[in-house]
Design a protein around this ligand. Sequence first.
Ligand code: SF4
Ligand code: SF4
Length: 288
Amino acid sequence: MQITVSAGKGGTGKTTVAVNLALALSESHSVEFLDCDVEEPDAGIFLKPENENSEPVTIEIPEISEDVCTYCGDCSEACEFNAIATFSENVLVYPELCHGCGLCSRVCTADAISERSKIIGEVRRGSTGSIDFYEGDLTIGEPMATPIIRDMKKKVTEENISILDSPPGTACPVIESLHGSDFALLVTEPTPFGLHDLRLSVKVAREMNIPVGVVINRYGIGDKSVEDYCEDEGVPVLMKIPNDRKIAELYSNGVPFVNKFDNWKGRFNQLFEEITRIVNPRAKSVEV
Ligand code: SF4
Ligand code: SF4
């Protein structure tokens, strides 16, 4: 079961939900946690992984042999990212635009393109209790998060519960995080801004044929527009986390609130049961 916790914008409590869900489930299930928010990974602050080791993530950047290049321009024409430009007497590669797809070298009939590996970040692996913890980290200045997320997702195993903490928004890194997921758990706030971003997240997940459910964080502030929208759209609201000062204080100290409030462990396990029923409507119950 692969559950991606996503949110239309940062600061809604996405990581809080992902971390607390993982901790609650880890008492009775094998859980993997993947922090896919590779530009600002912060789940480790709460899960405090131990025994971390890291592996670099690379992409292949083209290099041109000018002595055999005919300056035909086929490579530039093929590159949809404008990462390679052909002039009358030279070819320029813009590594910061290159996605490492390798298409340019395949279309070059003069065999003038070789490739060199470029490190764009790393994936760290550690453990938190029984949770296998993975964290992607994009090198500062590198623009492309998706290869790191793709690389990290190779660690996902079928038999475990995988909780993915997606980047915020609805851009490519979010699509990459959601890809292959069984369920999108969308975290929002009960405000007009929350509703605006939630609409976009629901649209993206539905276009990817991924079932969705909503967690309303800081319940009690704002208005009822998120609940009204969910009712109208048939989107289940699976949990409401109150706007509670004690929860906020624990968050600011890097403490997951299920570790302090035992009743929330049960609620997150119920949340998982609901998700299981939505993903597999014929499942009667899940052992927790
Ligand atoms: S496709 Fe090959 S030969 Fe043509 S311009 Fe590009 S590198 Fe040179
Ligand atoms: S590897 Fe792909 S993205 Fe990079 S220059 Fe070649 S065609 Fe463009």
